[in-house]
Write a protein that binds this ligand. Structure first.
Ligand code: AMP
Ligand code: GLY
Length: 431
C-alpha cells in the first residue's frame, strides 16, 4: 500500500484533459506534489510547470529523473506513440500509459481493425487499401453510400471522411493515397461501412488482463450545433451517457471490453493505461469505431470529477502492473463539460486575446484550461483552438447544464465560441 501523501506525480500534456488530471492527482490522499510539462495557463496555478514539450521524449525522461518523480501520467497519444512510456520504464520510472507497441492501437487504424476482426469483436465491416487503383475498383463494386474513408495513422481527428457518394469517396481516396494529404498517416486507408446510431465513449483503466470500466460519457465532435460542420477534438461531453444503461454496459463489458483486453494481452502487448473505446450504439448492438490509448478530451473533464474511487490509486496500480478492482465508486450526480473555443476553430483561429474569468465559481463548477497562457504580468491569454472547458456537476443533467452554461456566460474573450446544445439529445429524451 502506498503511504499517505508520498507521491510526486508528473503529468505530461497541456490540454483540458491534463488540467483535470493535475487537479485530480492533487486531491488524492496519496499525492505529495504534482508537476506538469509543459502545462498551460491554468495548470500553472495548480502545479509547477516545466517548459518541455510533451513529444520531447528525452526531455520528459530527463525531467522525470531530475525531479525524482514517482509516477508519470501521460495525457496525449503522440508521446505514447513515440515511446515515452518505454523510455521512462527503461529508467525504472513508473508510468501510467502504454508503450509504443500498444500505442499502435491508436496510431494505426488498420492494425486495430485487423485485431478486432481476428478476435471477433463487433466493429464496422472494413477493407484495407494501400493502392488507389484497388481502392477505386472496390468502390466500383459497391453501391451503398455514405461510406467512411479513414487514413491509417494519427491525423489529429481529421483523418476520417464520410463520403456521401462515389465522387466524394474518390476524392478522399485520392487525397490519402495519391496527394498524400496526411503524409505517412494516409499511406494506407480503410474503407468502412457507415454506421448509424448514437456514439458513446467507454474508458477502461487497464493493467494487463485486469481492468475497470470508468463512468460512461458522450462527446460532441462537430463544431456546430445539431452536430453540423467539421469534426473537432470535441466540443463538450456529459456523463453518464444514459443510453449505456446496465444491460448495455453488460453487453459492452462481455462483448467488447473483456475481449479487447484479452486480445491485447494475447498479442503480447504490455498495456498499463487507459483504453478508450469509441462506440456506435447501432440498432443491432454496440460497434467499435476506434480504440484510443489515453483519456478522451473533453471526456476526462466529466469522468474524473464523478469518480469517488481515487483515480490516482488506480493509475498507480496499473503503472505497477498490479490488478485493479473490478468496480468503482461513482458519484450519482451528472456532469457536463462545455468547451469554449477560439473563433475560427477548427480552421485558422486567433491567439493572444485576453480572457476574463469569473471568480469565485460555485462549489461544483470547474474551469479547466486548454489553450491558455498566463503572461508574466498575470494576464491570461488565448493560445489554442480549444481554450477552456467548463464542467459542472449537479443532481440532474439539466441542472449540470444550467450551471455549466451560467459559468460560460460569465467568461469573456474576443471571438469566443461554444455550442449551446451539449447534452441536448439526452435532455430531450428525459423530458
Ligand atoms: P474515429 O477517429 O475512427 O473514431 O472517427 C471519428 C468520428 O468519425 C467518429 O467519432 C464518428 O463520428 C465518425 N465515424 C467513424 N467511423 C464511422 C463509421 N464506420 N460510421 C459512421 N461514422 C463513423
Ligand atoms: N474527445 C475525443 C478524443 O479525445 O479523442
Amino acid at each position: 500500500m502506498q503511504s499517505h501523501k508520498s507521491l510526486k506525480v508528473l503529468v505530461v500534456g497541456s490540454g483540458g484533459r491534463e488540467h483535470t488530471l493535475v487537479r485530480t492527482c492533487r486531491q488524492s490522499p496519496l499525492c505529495r506534489e504534482v508537476i506538469a510539462a509543459p502545462g498551460n495557463g491554468g495548470i500553472k496555478e495548480d502545479a509547477a510547470c516545466f517548459d518541455v514539450p510533451s513529444d520531447d521524449v528525452p526531455g520528459i525522461v530527463r525531467l522525470a529523473s531530475d525531479e525524482e518523480v514517482d509516477l508519470v501520467v501521460v495525457g496525449p497519444e503522440v508521446p505514447l506513440s513515440l515511446g515515452v512510456a518505454d523510455a521512462l520504464r527503461d529508467k525504472g520510472i513508473l508510468v501510467y500509459g502504454p508503450g509504443k507497441d500498444a500505442a499502435k492501437l491508436e496510431a494505426s487504424k488498420t492494425f486495430t481493425k485487423e485485431l478486432l476482426q481476428k478476435y471477433g469483436i463487433p466493429t464496422a465491416a472494413s477493407e484495407i487499401f494501400t493502392r488507389s487503383d484497388e481502392a477505386l475498383a472496390y468502390l466500383d463494386r459497391r453501391s451503398d453510400y455514405p461510406v467512411v474513408i479513414k487514413a491509417d495513422g494519427l491525423a489529429a481527428g481529421k483523418g476520417v471522411l464520410i463520403a456521401a457518394d462515389r465522387v466524394e469517396a474518390e476524392a478522399a481516396v485520392s487525397a490519402c493515397l495519391e496527394q498524400e494529404t496526411f503524409g505517412e498517416s494516409g499511406r494506407s486507408i480503410l474503407i468502412e461501412e457507415y454506421l448509424t446510431g448514437e456514439e458513446a465513449s467507454i474508458h477502461l483503466m487497464v493493467s494487463g488482463a485486469s481492468f475497470v470500466i470508468l463512468p460512461s460519457s458522450q462527446d460532441h465532435k462537430r463544431i456546430g450545433e445539431n452536430d453540423t460542420g467539421p469534426n473537432t477534438g470535441g466540443m463538450g461531453a456529459y456523463s453518464p451517457a444514459e443510453l449505456v444503461d446496465s444491460a448495455m454496459l453488460e453487453t459492452i463489458r462481455d462483448g467488447i471490453a473483456r475481449p479487447s483486453v484479452d486480445a491485447i494481452a494475447r498479442e503480447g502487448l504490455d498495456f498499463r493505461g487507459t483504453l478508450y473505446i469509441g462506440l456506435m450504439l447501432t440498432a443491432s448492438g454496440p460497434r467499435v469505431l476506434e480504440l484510443n490509448v489515453r483519456f478522451g478530451d473533453p471526456e476526462t473533464q466529466v469522468i474524473l470529477p464523478r469518480m469517488e474511487t481515487d483515480p490516482l490509486e488506480l493509475m498507480l496500480a496499473c503503472a505497477k502492473g498490479g490488478p485493479v478492482p473490478e468496480t468503482l465508486k461513482t458519484r450519482p450526480e451528472s456532469a457536463m463539460c462545455v468547451v469554449i473555443s477560439a473563433g475560427g476553430y477548427p480552421g485558422n483561429y486567433r491567439k493572444g486575446d485576453t480572457i476574463d474569468l469569473p471568480k469565485p465559481l460555485p462549489r461544483d463548477t470547474f474551469v479547466f484550461h486548454a489553450g491558455t497562457v498566463r503572461e508574466p504580468n498575470g494576464t491570461l491569454k488565448t493560445a489554442g483552438g480549444r481554450v477552456l472547458g467548463v464542467t459542472a456537476i449537479a443532481r440532474t443533467l439539466a441542472d449540470a447544464a444550467r450551471d455549466a452554461y451560467a459559468a460560460c456566460d460569465r467568461i469573456r474573450f474576443s471571438g469566443m465560441y461554444f455550442r449551446r446544445d451539449i447534452g441536448a439529445k439526452q435532455l430531450s429524451r428525459q423530458s
